[in-house]
Design a protein around this ligand. Structure first.
Ligand code: SAH
Length: 391
């Protein structure tokens, strides 16, 4: 079926007074902003009309999600198959510089590459794809074809685990299209890591932390390093490569610690490993550290979680700071989209107050540049962090 012809598109008409968001090129058009609709209800694409009937945006359609349209084009721009092919091509071309040193990076970062609802990561010769919306799902053949033409992967793993998929009636079962196994060994800044798409967190590896890992390597020489919430041990591997005096990886998951062991072994680097709850560990250990990485999972999964999440971030940061002497440094992160930078800074402030540490911000940290954020959709900026120094 040709999803692009007018007859196959859903037509949504905006309520009056809701035009401003669209004029600002925000790609999310919510159900509450729609006055009327017509056309096939399970269409892959939708055109959005203003109350006067003029088309003001077009994009991926979803019948059941709160985000009814993920807009790709605005105003007079035509949305054609060529638009999507060109955007995929352009996004992948933007990453061409990475190929020289690294073989793992994000190829397509949803809104940041003007492809709301679509994430594609490359791990050596495999691609991992996350599709967030029913319209995008219907265009899977086009996406597969474009990705194959651009990087000819050995296989593509469809992760299919975004909770919103369930609401949209999309399968939550992963799918592998390709040869062999959906796993790879990646190279990043001269280091090696094992990535297994089916068992991995996120799409398999925390690609967004690449530059913060490189920063860790540059700070690690001669230091005693604690890597809290270590997952793959990637920060620990970089610290060891930077000449750390010791590296301790702590994670509550035995699988994660096994992976961290594998990755340290792959790089011939020494480290110690502890399966523990990080909140307990920082309270109980008698060790002291000179460089500490605190990169927990998102504590705030929704807006309603923010207070509880803020207490969690404060708690872990407070007890982590107590393990540091003057001169020590700490990289601390929040990857909760619902937690603003401002609130995170306040949380760090109150942790330092209660820990009785004098602390300055040396740098603000964010996601690597293969995770661009659309100026029109700042919600895409979920990862925030600080490099702190204890005085
Ligand atoms: N820093 C990692 C990513 C961390 S992901 C990297 O750069 O790759 C978050 C990790 O925290 C997961 O591995 C999860 O198993 C672990 N985790 C979640 N809750 C925890 C807890 N209470 N204590 C210790 N680890 C925890």
């Amino acid at each position: 079926m040709d999803h692009f012809v007018a007859a196959n598109r859903r037509i949504l008409t905006l309520k009056s007074g809701k035009e401003r968001l669209v004029a600002n090129r925000h790609p999310w058009i919510f159900a509450g902003a729609i006055a009327r609709e017509s056309g096939p209800d399970s269409a892959a694409l939708a055109d959005l009309l203003d109350p006067q009937g003029r088309r003001i945006a077009s994009g991926f359609h979803s019948q059941h999600s709160q985000i009814r349209v993920r807009a790709l084009t605005f105003g007079d721009e035509e949305l054609t198959e060529g638009t999507i092919r060109e955007r995929i091509k352009a996004a992948i071309a933007r990453r061409s510089g990475y190929g020289e040193t690294d073989n793992a990076y994000r190829l397509i970062n949803a809104e940041g590459d003007e492809l709301s609802g679509l994430i594609v990561d490359r791990y050596d010769d495999i691609a991992v794809i996350e599709i967030a919306n029913a319209g995008v799902e219907q265009l899977r053949p086009l996406i597969i074809d474009s990705v194959q033409q651009a990087i000819a992967p050995r296989g593509i793993w469809f992760k299919n685990d975004i909770p919103a998929r369930k609401i949209e009636g999309l399968t939550m079962d992963p799918e592998w299209i390709g040869e062999g196994q959906p796993s790879a060994e990646i190279r990043e800044n001269g280091l090696r890591f094992r990535v297994d798409a089916p068992s991995g967190q996120k799409t398999g590896f925390f690609l967004d932390q690449r530059e913060n890992r490189a920063l860790t390597r540059s700070l690690a020489a001669g230091r005693r390093v604690l890597n809290l919430f270590s997952y793959s041990g990637a920060f620990g591997v970089y610290a060891a490569a930077g000449g750390a005096a010791s590296v301790e990886n702590v994670d509550s998951s035995t699988g994660a610690i096994e992976l961290a062991r594998t990755n340290h072994a792959l790089n011939g680097s020494a480290a110690t490993f502890t399966v523990a709850d990080a909140f307990d560990y920082v309270r109980k250990t008698s060790a002291r550290y000179d460089l500490l990485i605190c990169d927990p999972p998102a504590f705030a999964k929704s807006r309603g979680d923010i207070d509880r999440a803020a207490r969690g971030y404060k708690d872990i940061n407070l007890f982590a700071m107590k393990l540091l002497d003057p001169g020590a440094q700490m990289l601390t992160f929040s990857c909760s989209g619902h937690m603003s930078l401002d609130l995170f800074q306040k949380v760090i402030f109150s942790a330092a107050q209660d820990a009785g540490r004098r602390i300055s911000f040396v740098r603000r940290l964010t996601a690597a540049p293969d995770h661009p954020v659309s100026l029109f959709c700042p919600e895409g900026e979920y990862l925030k962090g600080f490099l702190l120094e204890v005085h």
